[in-house]
Design a protein around this ligand. Structure first.
Ligand code: HAM
Length: 420
């Protein structure tokens, strides 16, 4: 028997109702900050990701689902999207947004794919909610992004989390830092893992997020970017810290935070929760001022973040923060005699036309088991329909919560107030 691929999930009720709860929150928060939704394809040309996330990153190196398709000359290599930022920027360039001197605020939600070793909070198909603010190089845009994320977190009732922030400086500062870091890593290359030794040529920054045991001491003692920041970079992050303090957002400066994607410059940030075990980061983001030009567009500065939906759900589940909201029928119709199907169908039509969630038995259950089924499904009302009801044109409505019974004329179904 075929099983689902490793690292994927089937979402079935009542689990799916939790997702609906979260999806509504994503929409609410995006609306509060006037962000508009964007949807792009699930797969992109491979180079969208390889040219932006970085050849030396784990994602591009070993985690992408890549496939080739086409006929003759038009064969192309594609990848299932491992993240949204690069795909969104590709789409923004293609659709000419934002217009010159304008800001575009966009949000997204959907599935992403990374071939990672599955474990709690780490999936091969996972979901992200995120926002991207395109067209501003102001620290105010950084603050707005962080504010959207914090607002979502607060709105969900999550208190137990940490916001870590760092700066990677502008490209000028990065160049200076890269050569200092590279030199330091080369001096210690005999102690580094093979993986890091390979990475240090392509992008020494990637060595800093190595999880290999033998690299940890070298990483700990590595020179920090702070000493290589030029005045523009210092000013930018200084303003971000100032504004965060003014917005009363708690944060921790973490000079080891580098993030696993190459496109960042200036501010980077991550949300962590100790409810999550080893995969403790449930969201992250930062500024990416060079990504547009790297992907062939104009020079457009931008900043954004993404949250992992599965990890958010793990936190919410642990803290019992998701209200029970399984779909319950308003009305369950119990069939009491053999030849009343047509009448029941017509009553159901009346109720559904009124927008009431109404169901009936379709598997020939006895009257007693139909009542049982009605309470199991949590129906608010049960109506028995048999020959007697059809003849008299009178119905008894049973409120399943209070056990009260109300008698009405059949015609009153058009306007009876089915209170919950
Ligand atoms: P990221 O840190 O790679 O950033 O992913 C963001 C979040 O997605 C993570 O914090 C985590 O919650 C979730 N996530 C990532 N991989 C997995 C996985 N295999 N299983 C479950 N959850 C996962 C980005 O993707 C950037 N695009 C964020 C960004 C937006 N930067 C600027 N704008």
């Amino acid at each position: 028997m075929a099983k689902k691929p490793r690292g994927t999930k089937d979402l079935i009720s009542p689990e799916i109702e939790k997702w609906h709860f979260l999806e509504n929150k994503f929409k609410e928060v995006s609306k509060l900050f006037n962000y508009k939704e964007i949807r792009t394809p699930i797969f992109e040309h491979l180079e969208v990701f390889s040219r932006s996330i970085g050849e030396a990153s784990d994602i591009v190196n070993k985690e992408m689902y890549v496939f080739s398709k086409g006929d003759g000359k038009k064969t192309g290599s594609f990848a299932l999207r491992p993240e949204m930022t690069a795909a969104l920027v590709r789409s923004a360039i293609e659709n000419n947004i934002p217009e010159p001197n304008n800001i575009e605020r966009l949000w997204y939600y959907g599935p992403f794919f990374r071939y990672e070793r599955p474990q709690a909070g780490r999936q091969r198909q996972f979901h992200q909610f995120g926002t991207e603010c395109l067209g501003s190089d102001s620290p105010l845009a950084d603050i707005e992004s962080i504010n959207v994320a914090v607002s979502l977190i607060k709105n969900l009732g999550i208190n137990n989390y940490e916001l870590l922030i760092n700066t990677l400086g502008n490209r000028n500062s990065q160049k200076i830092y890269f050569s200092i870091l590279q030199e330091y890593l080369k001096d210690n290359s005999n102690k580094l893992s093979d993986l890091s030794r390979n990475r240090l040529e392509k992008n020494p920054l990637r060595v800093l997020d190595s999880k290999e045991k033998e690299d940890q001491e070298i990483i700990e003692n590595a020179p920090k970017i702070q000493s290589s920041l030029d005045s523009e970079s210092q000013e930018h992050i200084g303003k971000v810290y100032e504004l965060l303090n003014a917005s009363e957002i708690n944060f921790k400066i973490d000079d080891k935070l580098v993030r696993g994607l190459d496109y960042y410059s200036h501010t980077v940030f991550e949300f962590r929760s100790n409810e999550l075990g080893s995969q403790d980061s449930f969201g992250g983001g930062g500024r990416y001022n060079e990504l547009f030009s790297q992907l062939g567009g104009k020079d457009i500065p931008a900043v954004g973040f993404a949250m992992g939906v599965e990890r958010l759900l793990m936190i919410l589940d642990k803290a019992n923060l998701i209200p029970e909201s399984a779909i319950k029928p308003d009305i369950y119709i119990v069939k009491a005699d053999e030849n009343v199907d047509e009448e029941i169908e017509s009553i159901l039509l009346t109720l559904r036309n009124r927008g009431l969630n109404s169901i009936r038995d379709i598997s020939g259950r006895s009257v007693k088991s139909q009542f049982k089924e009605s309470s199991k499904l949590g129906a608010n009302w049960t109506i028995v329909i048999g020959e007697q009801e059809i003849d008299s044109q009178k119905l008894t409505l049973k409120n399943m919560i209070t056990a009260e019974q109300t008698e009405i004329e059949m015609l009153e179904l058009n306007n009876f107030k089915f209170k919950k």
